[in-house]
Every structure is written in structure tokens, then in C-alpha cells.
Design a protein around this ligand. Structure first.
Ligand SMILES: [Cu+2]
Length: 618
């Protein structure tokens, strides 16, 4: 309550944004879990009366801080964040009336048949209404929206109007699989886009730890439609399980994939104004997370009191995740997976491999400290060697491994095994585990034994899951390579290209390649085929990677994403250009044909900061 009372006195900010100033009698907005369709469906016609209104949104607790925003509502009901869900079977006609009760002009998008044209919009003056009638069109996951702000006209609405949207789902009558609909919204209360002092991120109108706790059973088929109508990009990552992409789309259109054509991933980079339909089966019981992989979008600083009033918000208790990453906030959903009814205790498997991972500070403990990771197995020790990145850990599919993490830092840490389908307790998220068994943070001087048997070969990541970004930007991460049985690691032909940043900021300038801001040349042989494992492990980086020049790009062949083989439609040779967000991995085959230099460029797409390297082909 302190936070909300303070908000009401924040008059100075009113000059910057009306989101923080409002009359005391403003109505409260509801938040929506997108479970029920809005309007009235009768004889193949959906009748819906939408209104554009404004009111007080509570993205945290129901007695928590309030933000004055614009939102859609159905006539006679409270306006809501996100807006009312239009959900109809294909073949339905939609008869909608829209009324603008705001004191400003609004432009409405998406109230037409799908596929549609984003330019197909109409304007409503204050108090003006309009009736529209249209066929729903092709089945898919879409959204409608409205804009009242005038800055950044080429971007999705991002000010007080950032919550002015709602899901528009057209169901395929032949597919009755139940699903859930999650809408991610992004609002910049003031400041420049992506350089905000205040960025409010929510899923179905709530900020973690106030997002809806999800509950499933091991092996159950789970289908989600995830919508990102907003301006920001979010690489959405699922812990402990792969998910299949059934479709990807936008407000207006969608691409659908048949079972054999679907990509299997652990992170899907949801670019601005995008949608996806995903399906997965939780392989293991316990407490899990689905979250954005940009550290800034899941940090404690995402709490409203922290952002707006600089008040250190006490971490509230979460229904299922009592101690789960109490320092996380923002774009996170907690998932509790119950054991199958017929579950038998798993047999004890003696680990064939025992590996130590030692995390320690380097002598560089200045403003942006670096950390050293060393991997020990028997007498063999491989260390970071003055780079802000750990050495690869190489394991074998089907072979049980025990990795002892020894924390020689002065602060707690945890190590997450990104992309591995392991038991929750070993996943490296503080508060994870199942039942009363709870994953601890590894205190300074302590150790933790992670046990797993990788069930697919590919490129994965080990990385710190600590609440603050210093460990990530300081190099507490590395590649986790899973080989097929019988295969031996061949670092000559199996190359890593791991992208990081030494500054934890969307506008990071200090981009690293394999832990170095000034990477060495990479010697290759002409005519020889290499496997390249590309990883983005920066705290928050939307990176563009390119081999060759913009005019003369090199050629490579994509083969895997996040450790899973790509479907045939995506396995192809093409220009060596890749957009890769934090938390994604890609595998390519690269076979330089002629001798000479091939430039390597990694660019931050927000500020064009670059780190360059080159292949020297002999
Ligand atoms: Cu994000």
C-alpha cells in the first residue's frame, strides 16, 4: 500500500507520462487469465461490444501498486488487461461494436478477417463508435490492438496504450485439444524505448511472482498459445523440457507446421508483435520455470515498487514456489508438475562419469569482475584461461554423469544445465526440486552434485542462474556438449562460437566471442567440413552474427537448434547470417571452399556495437 500511496504523489512524473497520475475515482481494471471467450456466440455469429477505457491496473497483488493505463473492456464489465479474448470456431462471423470512451483519438488494428493486413485500421475520435462485421477467417493465434500514443508510430503501442490489445483465436473445429492463452505485454512508462527507466512486463496482466501458477502432471500434453503483441523481443525459455512449435505468426497471419515439420526447442525468440502455439509434455515432476532469457526481464528490478518508487519490494511468497528464485520478477511463469499416479521410484544409476566444475574469482575483480571456471575429471583439468567463459563440458548421450559444482566465489551461485531434460532438483534453480526436496543456492565454499543422463546429443549450455547479472557477464557459463555414444570430441573439427557481453545491458558495447572482447583469428582448412556450435549466453543481447561481408556472405548449413535436430524443411545451405538471442544455441556445418580470410561479425542490433574476428582459411 505504501507503494501505491506514493504513486499517487508522483506528480513530477506526470509530465513524462500519464501512466503515473490519475484521479482517485478512476475505476479498477481486471486482469484476465484468458480462459473464457468474450462476447456472445449464437448461430455462427459472435456479437461483441468493446470499449476503450482507462483505469487502474494492478500488475502485482490485488492490494499492490496501481498504474493508470488504457485497456479494452466489454460493455457493462470492467475493462481488463489483457483485453477481452475473441475466440471463435473457424467459419464464425464476428459482429463487433467498438466505442472510444477515452479523451483522445484511437486507431484500431486487427478487427478484420485473417489473414489480414496490418494497414487495415480505422480511427475513432473521443466518444465515437463503429460497427464492424467480418468473417473470422483462417484458424490461428492472432491479436487485435489499438493505439492512442503518438511517439514511436512505427512500433507497437508502448505507452499508456501498451495494454490496449487482446487475443483473437480462431479455432480449427477438427482440433479440440485444450490449450491456454498467454499474452505478454511490454510498457515503457517513460524514457526511450529499450533504454527505459521503467519497463513494465506482464503475462496475462501480472508480473512474476504474481503470474498465474501453473499445474500439470508428468507426461500430460500441454498446449500453450503465447502472444507477444508488444514492442520488446523475448526469448522464452522452458526449463527441463523441449517444446514443439505447432505454429508461429503475428497479429495478422500464421504459419502452421505438420507433425514432421515442427521445430523442437527449449527457447523460442519471440520477436515484437509475434505469436506461437507450442506443445510439450513435462518429463519430470517438480517445480519448473518458463521465462524470458533476458536477465533484465526477469530480475528483481522488474517489480513495480522497485522501478517506480525505488522501494525494495520484499519478495512475496508464491503459491507453489515458496523459495523459488525469490529474487526473480517480470516475465516468469512457475510450473508445478505432479508425479504420475502410477509412478515407480527411478532405479539408482551409478554415474559412469564424475566431473568437477570449480567456479572461482579471477584476479580481475574491478567494476566488471571476471570469474574462472575449471573442469576437472580425474587428473585432467581444463580452465577458463583468462577468458570470461568456462571450458566446454563434454558428456555422452545415455551415460549417467555426476557434476560436482564447487563454489569458490564470495557469493552464492547455482548452475543451470540449459536444455537438459533432467530432474528438477538438479536443474540449478534455487527453490526447484519436488516435494520437500528443494534445490539450494550453493553457498560460498560449498558444493552441489548435479546428476543427469542426457537423452539427446547436441549443443547445450551450463550457466549460472544467480539473481544478479555479474556472474553471467563475468563468464560463469560454458558449452555443454552431448556426443552420441561411440563419438569422441574432436575440437579440431568441432568448433565453438559463444557470444557473451562483459556489460549487462541491452545496449551492451563489450561483446565477447568465446569469452574475449578481442578474439584471436580462427585457423581453418579449405575444403574441410567443420561443425560450429553457436551459443548466445549474454545477459541480454539481441545479436546478429555474420560470416563474410553483407555483400558477400559465406555459406553454411543449419542442422540443429537448442540441441535438437532441425526438421528437414530447415536443414539447408544458406547465407551465414543469424539473429540469435540470449539462451539460444544453433549448430551449423561450415566448409570454407577457398583460402583467404572470412570476417566474423557479432553485432548488437540495438546500438550496432560490434566485435570482429576472422577465419583464416589455409
Ligand atoms: Cu524478455
Amino acid at each position: 500500500m505504501i507503494a501505491s500511496r506514493k504513486l499517487r504523489c508522483f506528480a513530477a512524473l506526470c509530465f513524462l507520462s500519464s501512466a503515473l497520475c490519475f484521479a482517485d475515482d478512476s475505476p479498477h481494471l481486471a486482469t484476465s487469465q484468458n480462459r473464457a471467450a468474450a462476447g456472445k456466440l449464437e448461430n455462427g455469429v459472435l456479437t461483441i461490444h468493446l470499449e476503450l477505457r482507462s483505469g487502474l491496473w494492478r500488475p502485482e497483488a490485488e492490494d499492490g501498486p496501481e498504474l493508470f493505463v488504457q485497456a479494452f473492456g466489454e460493455e457493462g464489465k470492467p475493462a481488463q488487461v489483457p483485453g477481452p479474448m475473441m475466440r471463435v470456431p473457424a467459419g464464425t462471423t464476428i459482429h463487433a461494436t467498438v466505442k472510444n470512451t477515452l479523451k483522445v483519438k484511437a486507431i484500431l488494428y486487427g478487427l478484420h478477417a485473417r489473414p489480414g493486413d496490418a494497414k487495415d485500421s480505422f480511427e475513432l475520435k473521443p466518444e465515437e463508435s463503429r460497427e464492424v462485421t467480418f468473417a473470422a477467417g483462417d484458424p490461428g493465434t492472432y491479436f487485435y490492438s489499438a493505439r492512442t500514443s503518438t511517439d514511436y508510430p512505427d512500433l507497437p503501442p508502448l505507452r499508456d496504450d501498451a495494454q490496449l490489445n487482446g487475443a483473437f483465436i480462431v479455432d480449427d473445429p477438427r482440433d479440440t485439444t485444450p490449450d491456454r492463452v498467454f499474452v505478454i505485454n511490454t510498457m515503457f512508462v517513460k524514457g526511450e524505448v529499450f533504454h527505459p527507466t521503467i519497463e513494465i512486463l506482464s503475462i496475462n496482466g501480472k508480473i512474476y511472482p504474481f503470474t498465474e501458477p501453473l499445474e500439470y502432471t508428468e507426461g500430460e500434453a500441454v498446449r500453450w498459445r503465447v502472444l507477444n503483441p508488444g514492442v520488446s523481443e523475448h526469448p522464452m525459455h522452458l526449463h527441463g523440457a523441449f517444446f514443439n512449435l505447432l505454429s508461429v505468426g503475428s497479429a495478422e497471419k500464421e504459419a502452421k507446421y505438420a507433425p514432421g515439420e515442427r521445430q523442437s526447442v527449449v527457447t523460442e525468440d519471440m520477436v515484437r508483435a509475434s505469436t506461437m502455439m507450442m506443445e510439450w509434455k513435462p518429463p519430470h515432476e517438480g517445480r519448473w520455470l518458463f521465462h524470458c532469457h533476458f536477465h533484465a526481464h526477469i530480475s528483481h528490478d522488474e517489480r513495480v515498487p522497485v522501478m517506480i518508487d525505488n522501494i525494495d519490494a520484499a519478495p512475496p511468497k508464491h503459491e507453489h514456489h515458496d523459495m523459488m528464485m525469490s529474487d526473480m520478477a517480470g516475465l516468469v511463469m512457475a510450473i508445478n508438475v505432479k508425479p504420475r499416479a502410477d509412478k515407480k521410484p527411478a532405479p539408482m544409476v551409478a554415474a559412469a562419469r564424475k566431473v568437477d566444475l570449480v567456479v572461482e574469482p579471477t584476479t580481475d575483480q574491478g567494476k566488471s569482475p571476471t570469474f574462472s571456471c575449471s573442469v576437472r575429471e580425474g587428473k585432467k583439468i581444463v580452465a577458463s584461461q583468462e577468458k570470461a567463459m568456462g571450458p566446454p563440458i563434454v558428456v555422452t548421450r545415455g551415460e549417467a554423469v555426476e557434476i560436482t559444482v564447487l563454489n569458490h566465489l564470495k557469493v552464492p551461485t547455482t548452475i543451470h544445465w540449459h536444455g537438459i531434460e533432467l530432474e528438477s532438483y538438479y536443474d540449478g534453480v534455487m527453490g526447484g526440486g519436488s516435494g520437500s526436496q528443494m534445490t539450494p543456492a550453493i553457498a560460498p565454499g560449498e558444493s552441489f552434485v548435479a546428476k543427469f543422463t542426457p537423452n539427446r546429443a547436441g549443443t547445450f549450455i551450463y550457466h549460472t542462474h544467480a539473481a544478479t547479472p555479474e556472474q553471467l557477464s563475468g563468464g560463469v557459463y560454458g558449452a555443454l556438449i552431448v556426443l552420441d555414444p561411440g563419438q569422441t570430441y574432436d575440437p579440431e573439427h568441432d568448433r565453438l562460437l559463444v557470444i557473451g557481453t562483459r556489460d549487462a545491458d541491452f545496449y551492451a558495447k563489450r561483446i565477447t566471442i568465446n569469452g574475449s572482447e578481442s578474439p584471436n583469428d580462427v585457423a581453418l582448412l579449405a575444403g574441410v567440413k567443420y561443425r560450429l556450435r553457436v551459443i548466445n549466453m549474454a545477459p541480454e543481447l539481441m545479436a546478429d552474427l555474420q560470416f563474410g561481408t553483407a555483400e558477400h556472405p559465406a555459406t553454411w548449413r543449419a542442422i540443429a537448434k537448442d540441441g535438437a535436430a532441425l526438421p528437414a524443411r530447415l536443414v539447408k545451405s544458406g547465407d551465414a547470417k543469424l539473429h540469435i538471442a540470449s539462451g539460444e544455441t544453433y549448430d551449423f556445418e561450415f566448409q570454407p571452399q577457398t583460402k583467404g580470410d572470412v570476417p566474423i561479425e557479432v553485432k548488437n542490433t540495438l546500438n550496432d556495437a560490434k566485435t570482429l574476428s576472422r577465419f583464416v582459411v589455409q
